[in-house]
Design a protein around this ligand. Sequence first.
Ligand SMILES: [Zn+2]
Length: 175
Amino acid sequence: MAPVDPFADVLAANADYSRTFSDSGLSGTAARGLLVLTCMDSRIAPLEALGLRAGDAKILRNAGGQVTPDVLTTIVLAAHLLGVRRVMVMPHTDCRMTKATDAELHQRLLEEGVDTRSLSFGTIAYPDDALHRDVQRVRSSPYLPAAVVVGGFRYDVSTGRIATVVPAEPAGRGN
Ligand SMILES: [Zn+2]
């Protein structure tokens, strides 16, 4: 007996999806000039939450929705090559990354038999401080066009509401 494909459910769903799919003819640029950085938390549906459709925005996700070096590099590319003029940094309430320290996570994983101490998980002790820091990390990039605006927001997983935490300001301060 052939082993069960662990991706069978999603591939079957995709077969249905592609049957009625029509090429929108959109390019890979962000039609609404927007980039959203948020957490990988599976409760967040960024397009639906922001009234967007495929083609409208660049969506970046990682643990905590944090501005890491690779995120910053991607934002620079998106701003110069893919039409991004607005950057929303959007972590959320009840984030797993705010519920433990790196040391606690390392200890927990060590108990499961893996030593992860060479990894930096970037757990978040003070969410508002981290969000202000991350917005500033984007704004202060010397590689971003001055036309790019950056704001900090928090998505509430219990209500679906988005609150403004850091009002929009232009980037390109280093230019
Ligand atoms: Zn999260």
